[in-house]
Design a protein around this ligand. Structure first.
Ligand SMILES: *[C@@H]1O[C@H](CO)[C@@H](O)[C@H](O)[C@H]1NC(C)=O
Ligand SMILES: *[C@@H]1O[C@H](CO)[C@@H](O)[C@H](O)[C@H]1NC(C)=O
Ligand SMILES: *[C@@H]1O[C@H](CO)[C@@H](O)[C@H](O)[C@H]1NC(C)=O
Length: 224
């Protein structure tokens, strides 16, 4: 599933063995971790432990028919051990963001030795600059004060989805080893979360936000 799309900056790369992130399930693998919360009522993000099952990643195809005569073809990858097998890669490999490289995702996937790849973060199409936060294999690559949806993996293997404060991002006790910024959090606890996301991401009080079509959101489900 080497991604064909050129439009996004980094890649989620599943290398050699496994991963444990099943984004197709109806319910989260564990309850959201409210102790991570910086919000009194509900955390602005979800934090789940990940599996360390050594089974290989698997890719499944699906077809949806959202309305009569209309079909959506896609693929979903299930990753069993994301801490060890999933990487956010810079375009063309390490140093790609700094050099503002514009490289097809498939090229990055091949040179990174990925078994499965999907496109991920956004970039500035004229300058090639990476947008948002990128942490790749424990290296902080870019950092920007955006209040967009994030996906990351912490050092202890916890998967983090959602809106993160500066404090959450800076946590040195359990730092992010992979991190990428997206636009719009589509589903939360099996519920469509788009309206809430749009409101949060367009909050005038936030320093900056990507304003990019929600259809290009980061997800491991890849539409062909
Ligand atoms: C993208 O890059 C161009 C050229 O460097 C710059 O003028 C523009 O402000 C950048 N846009 C964003 C959203 O960073
Ligand atoms: C989201 O907002 C649109 C427009 O305001 C509304 O029509 C729709 O019902 C809302 N969806 C949900 C799930 O609340
Ligand atoms: C911005 O912050 C102020 C003060 O905290 C708040 O009253 C206002 O509703 C916020 N704006 C938006 C768009 O949420």
């Amino acid at each position: 599933m080497a991604a064909r799309c050129f439009t996004l900056v980094s890649l989620l790369c599943v290398c050699a063995w496994t991963y444990g992130l099943d984004l197709t399930r109806d319910a989260p693998p564990a309850s959201s971790d409210s102790t991570d919360s910086t919000d009194q009522s509900r955390s602005t993000f979800e934090s789940w432990p990940s599996s360390s099952d050594p089974s290989p990643a698997s890719v499944h195809s699906f077809i949806l028919q959202p309305s009569r005569g209309r079909y959506v073809y896609g693929r979903v990858a299930l990753v069993q051990d994301p801490l060890r097998s999933l990487s956010v890669l810079e375009p063309g490999g390490a140093g790609g963001c700094e050099r503002q490289r514009l490289v097809p995702a498939a090229h990055t996937a091949l040179s990174g030795g990925c078994e499965v790849a999907v496109n991920a973060g956004f970039y500035n199409a004229s300058s090639g600059a990476c947008l948002g936060n990128v942490v790749s294999d424990g290296r902080l690559v870019t950092k920007s004060p955006v209040y967009n949806a994030q996906f990351g993996i912490r050092k202890d293997g916890r998967l983090v989805f959602g809106y993160l404060s500066e404090e959450d991002l800076q946590d040195q006790k359990n730092p992010f080893v992979q991190l990428v910024s997206g636009v719009v959090w589509l589903l939360r606890d099996g519920q469509v979360y788009i309206n809430h996301s749009l409101q949060v991401e367009s909050d005038e009080n936030q320093s900056s936000t990507f304003h990019i079509d929600a259809n290009t959101e980061l997800k491991l489900t890849c539409r062909r």
